[in-house]
Design a protein around this ligand. Structure first.
Ligand code: C2E
Ligand code: MG
Ligand code: MG
Length: 758
C-alpha cells in the first residue's frame, strides 16, 4: 500500500499537466487558426467581389476600362473596419502581372496574406484583382491569447493537481490510520492471531503473540501451511473446522492442542472466521491459550478426588470406585471385598517422631498396599491407584485406608489379600534413620453377602475393623451381624465417658505394695474405676483405650492425679506414710501441659514429690522421642519416682533402660503367674530381678496371688510385691481400714504364709 501515494501523485500531476498543456497550446493555436481562416475568407471574398466589379467595368468599357481612374480608385479603397485593424493593399494587375492600379504605394509590413482573383472577359483573363493584408496584428493578438492561455493553464494545472491530491492524501491518511490501528490491535492482542489464505491455507501473517507462543519467527511461517508446521495436534478437529469454514460457518471456541516449535503442547480455545483482506478471501483465526486454566481445572479435579500426600484416591473417589465395583459385580455375579484398614501405632509415630515422619510412614504404607493389591490382578491391569483394574486403594484421611477388591470369585481371595497386607505392614518401616513397627487392623465386608448398600458396606467394614483392634490389633476380621451392635456399644460408651467426669462417675481404688524386706506397706497404686449408672463398676481395661483414642485421657488423667495426690496428702496428715503410684498413659505425654499439671497436683495437695511415683509403660519408652525423654527428665527433676509398668511385655530393647531416668521396674503379672511352675517365666523373673539390681532399680512383682509366688520372690530377693494375695484394690476409706487392720493383725499372716483373703 505504501507505493500508492507517489504513483497516484505523479499520475495526477501528469493528468493535470497534460490538460494544462492542451489548454496552453489549443488556446493561441485555435485563436490563430480561426483568425487566419477568417482573414483568408475575408480577403478571398473581397478579391472575388472586387474582381467581379472590375469585370463589370470591363463589360461597360472594354477598350479603356483602366482609364476610368475614379471608379478604379473607389474599388481600391479599403473598408474602414479592416483598415483600422489590419493594413491592407489592393492592387489591379494586368494579365502578365504588370501593375495597373494600387491602393497604396507603400509596402505592407510582413507577414502578408494575399489573394488574387482573375478578371475574366469572354473566357479570357484580362486582369487580376489582388487583396493583400498584413497579419502582424494577428500575431500580436495570438501572443496575447497565448499569454492568457498560459495563465489559464497554470491555474488549471494547480486546480487539477492540488484538489484531488489533497482529497487523496486525506483518504490515504485515514486509510493509514486505520491500517495502523489494525496493526496495533493485531500485534497488541494477547491472543495469537493467524491470517491464512482461504484457497490454499497458506499463512499470510501472524501477530506477535503468535510468534511468542509458538516460538516460530514470522518468516518461518509466512507462506506455509499449518499442516506443514504441524501446528495443531488434533487432525479430526482441524478437518471439522475447515469444513465449517467452507460452509461459511464461524468456528467458536473450539478446544484444540497447539504444538509449538519446541514440541510443547498448549491447550487453546480457537475461533475462526472467513474474512476479506485486500479483496483476498482469508481465514482469520484467533486462539486463546487456556493451558494454565486447564491445568488449574485438572488440579482442582485431582484435589477433589485424590489424596495429595499419597496420591491415592480420596474418600470421594473411593466411594465412586466402590459403587462401580458393586455395579460390575452385580452384573457379572461376582463379589466385592471391602477392606477397612487402620494403622495400629500411627498416632504414636506421628506424636513422637513428628508429622514429617508420620507423612513418610503414610506414603510407605500406601506403596506397600498398592504392592499387595497389584499381585492379585489376574486381569493384568497394573495401576490400582488409577482404578483401571478391579481394585482400588484409597486413603480416607489420617491413618485410615480402604481397599476395594472387585471381580472376586471366592472369599478366600479376599482373606489372602488381607493376610498379605498384614504381613507387609508388619515389616519395619525406615523413617529417615528410625526403624518403626506399625501393624494394621483390618475390617472386611463382602458384597453382596453382608449388605448391598454402599454406606452400610462402609459402616460394616469399619465395625469389623474396630473388632480387629479390640482383638489385639494387627489382624483382620470379617464383618458379622453382631459387630454393629459392638460399634453401637462403643459409640454409646464414648458419649457416656464424655459426660462421666462432670457427673462425678469416676472413682479411684488403691492397691497396696508390700516391701518384702521390712514386711511393711510401702505404698499404694491408684487405679481408676468408672461407676456407670447402667453397667455398674467398669474396669479401666474396657475404657482406657477409648479414652486414649478420644483424647479424654488428658482431662481424666489430670483428675486421677489430683485426686490421688490429695488422698495421699490426707493419709499423710492422718499419720499414714505411703508413696502414691499413679499410672500415666503415653497419650498424656503428647500433651504439652503434663509437667505443669503434675506440678499443680503436688502444689494443690501439698504432697511432697518424693511420695509420688508415676508408672509409665514400656511402649512410651520405646517411642524413643526426645519429647517424652525431656518430659521424663523434668518429672525426675521434680523429685518424682518413675516406674516402668508391665515390664517385659513390650519389645524388649533394653537400651532404653539406660536412656531414661528410671527408679523401678514392675514385672508384669503374666510372668509372676507361672513363676516356679513354668521354667521360662521363672528364668525371666530371675533375670529381670538380676538386671534391676545391676542397674540399681527397685523391682516390684505385680499380680502376686499365691504364697508360693511370694516365697519365690522373697528367695530371689525381689524387693516389693503387689497382688490380690496382699489386697485387692480398695476404695479410700476401705483401704484406710485395711491398713489399720494390717498393722495390727494381718502382717504375720502374709509374712508367715498362713493364707490371706483372695
Ligand atoms: P496396671 O497399672 O498394671 O494395674 C494393675 C492391674 O492389675 C489392675 O487392674 C489391678 O486390679 C490388677 N491386679 C492387681 N493385683 C492382681 C492380681 O493379683 N491378680 C490379677 N489378675 N490382677 C491383679 P485394673 O485396675 O483393671 O487396671 C488395669 C490397667 O488399667 C492398669 O494396669 C493400668 O495400666 C490401667 N489403669 C488403671 N488406672 C489407670 C489410670 O488412672 N490411668 C491410666 N492411664 N491407666 C490406668
Ligand atoms: Mg500400674
Ligand atoms: Mg501393671
Amino acid at each position: 500500500m505504501s507505493e500508492h501515494p507517489t504513483s497516484v501523485t505523479s499520475s495526477i500531476t501528469w493528468i493535470a499537466g497534460a490538460i494544462s498543456l492542451i489548454v496552453l497550446a489549443s488556446l493561441p493555436l485555435g485563436f490563430w487558426a480561426l483568425s487566419y481562416q477568417h482573414q483568408i475568407g475575408t480577403i478571398s471574398a473581397e478579391s472575388q467581389f472586387n474582381a467581379n466589379m472590375v469585370a463589370d467595368l470591363v463589360d461597360q468599357n472594354p477598350a479603356n476600362w483602366h482609364e476610368q481612374k475614379q471608379r478604379i480608385a473607389r474599388l481600391l479603397r479599403e473598408d474602414d473596419r479592416t483598415q483600422a485593424d489590419y493594413p491592407e493593399l489592393r492592387r489591379i494587375l494586368g494579365p502578365g502581372g504588370e501593375l495597373i492600379a494600387s491602393s497604396s504605394a507603400t509596402a505592407l509590413p510582413p507577414p502578408v496574406l494575399a489573394r488574387r482573383e482573375p478578371v475574366m472577359d469572354g473566357g479570357k483573363i484580362i486582369a487580376y484583382f489582388e487583396v493583400a493584408r498584413s497579419i502582424r496584428p494577428l500575431l500580436a493578438e495570438t501572443g496575447l491569447v497565448a499569454l492568457l492561455g498560459m495563465a489559464l493553464a497554470g491555474a488549471l494545472f494547480f486546480t487539477l493537481k492540488i484538489f484531488p491530491l489533497r482529497a487523496l492524501n486525506r483518504a490515504l491518511a485515514d486509510l493509514h490510520q486505520s491500517e495502523q490501528l489494525f496493526s496495533k490491535a493485531f500485534h497488541a492482542s494477547p491472543d495469537p492471531v493467524m491470517i491464512c489464505r482461504a484457497d490454499d491455507g497458506r499463512i499470510i501473517s501472524v501477530n506477535t503473540s503468535f510468534t511468542r507462543l509458538t516460538g516460530y519467527a514470522l518468516p518461518e511461517v509466512v507462506n506455509r501451511e499449518h499442516g506443514e508446521l504441524g501446528l495443531w495436534a488434533d487432525q479430526e478437529k482441524t478437518e471439522w473446522a475447515r469444513q465449517q469454514l467452507r460452509l461459511d460457518q464461524p468456528v467458536n471456541n473450539l478446544e484444540m492442542t497447539l504444538v509449538t516449535r519446541s514440541g510443547e503442547q498448549r491447550d487453546m480455545l480457537v475461533s475462526s472466521e472467513m474474512t476479506e483482506i485486500n479483496s483476498v478471501s482469508c481465514v482469520l483465526t484467533v486462539a486463546r491459550d487456556v493451558t494454565a486454566q486447564k491445568q488449574a481445572e485438572q488440579r482442582m479435579a485431582y484435589l477433589a478426588n485424590y489424596d495429595q500426600l499419597t496420591g491415592l484416591p480420596n474418600r470421594a473417589l473411593f466411594r465412586d470406585r466402590l459403587e462401580g465395583a458393586m455395579r460390575r459385580a452385580q452384573r457379572a455375579e461376582r463379589l466385592v471385598g471391602l477392606l477397612y484398614l487402620d494403622l495400629d501405632r500411627f498416632k504414636r509415630v506421628n506424636d513422637s517422631l513428628g508429622h514429617q515422619a508420620g507423612d513418610q510412614l503414610l506414603v510407605q504404607v500406601a506403596e506397600r498396599l498398592l504392592g499387595c493389591v497389584r499381585r492379585t490382578d489376574t486381569i493384568g491391569h497394573s495401576d490400582a491407584r488409577h482404578g483401571s483394574s478391579g481394585s482400588t486403594v484409597a486413603r480416607l484421611g489420617g491413618d485410615e485406608f480402604t481397599v476395594v477388591l472387585g471381580d472376586i470369585k471366592h472369599v478366600d481371595e479376599i482373606s489372602s489379600v488381607a493376610l498379605r497386607i498384614i504381613t507387609a505392614l508388619s515389616a519395619a518401616f525406615d523413617l529417615t534413620g528410625h526403624q518403626v513397627f506399625v501393624g494394621a487392623s483390618i475390617g472386611i465386608t463382602v458384597y453382596p453377602f453382608d449388605d448391598i448398600d454402599l454406606d452400610n458396606m462402609i459402616r460394616n467394614a469399619d465395625a469389623a475393623m474396630y473388632q480387629a483392634k479390640a482383638l489385639g490389633r494387627n489382624n483382620f476380621q470379617f464383618y458379622t451381624d453382631d459387630l454393629n451392635a459392638n460399634a453401637e456399644e462403643r459409640l454409646w460408651l464414648e458419649t457416656e465417658l464424655r459426660q462421666a467426669l462432670e457427673r462425678n462417675q469416676f472413682e479411684l481404688v488403691y492397691q497396696p505394695k508390700l516391701d518384702l524386706l521390712s514386711n511393711r506397706i510401702s505404698g499404694v497404686e491408684a487405679l481408676l474405676r468408672w461407676r456407670s449408672p447402667e453397667k455398674g463398676l467398669v474396669s479401666p481395661v474396657e475404657f482406657i483405650p477409648l479414652l486414649e483414642d478420644t483424647g479424654l485421657i488428658v482431662p481424666i488423667g489430670a483428675w486421677v492425679l489430683q485426686t490421688a495426690c490429695a488422698q495421699a496428702a490426707a493419709w499423710e496428715r492422718d499419720g499414714m506414710h505411703l508413696t502414691m503410684a499413679v499410672n500415666l498413659s503415653p497419650r498424656q505425654f503428647h500433651d504439652n501441659g503434663l509437667t505443669d499439671m503434675i506440678q499443680a497436683a503436688l502444689t494443690n495437695s501439698g504432697l511432697s514429690a518424693k511420695q509420688l511415683e508415676l508408672e509409665v509403660t514400656e511402649s512410651l519408652l520405646m517411642e524413643d522421642s526426645t519429647r517424652s525423654q525431656t518430659t521424663l527428665a523434668s518429672i525426675k527433676q521434680m523429685g518424682i519416682h518413675i516406674s516402668v509398668d508391665d515390664f517385659g511385655t513390650g519389645y524388649s530393647s533394653l537400651a532404653y533402660l539406660k536412656r531414661f531416668p528410671l527408679d523401678t521396674l514392675k514385672i508384669d503379672r503374666t510372668f509372676v503367674k507361672e513363676v516356679g511352675i513354668d521354667p521360662d517365666d521363672t528364668a525371666i523373673v530371675r533375670a529381670v530381678i538380676a538386671l534391676a539390681r545391676s542397674l540399681r532399680l527397685t523391682v516390684v512383682a505385680e499380680g502376686v496371688e499365691t504364697h508360693e509366688q511370694l516365697e519365690f520372690l522373697r528367695e530371689t530377693r525381689c524387693e516389693q510385691a503387689q497382688g490380690y494375695l496382699i489386697s485387692r484394690p480398695l476404695a479410700g476409706p476401705a483401704f484406710a481400714a485395711w491398713m489399720a487392720q494390717y498393722e495390727e493383725t494381718s502382717l504375720p499372716m502374709i509374712v508367715a504364709g498362713a493364707g490371706a483373703q483372695g
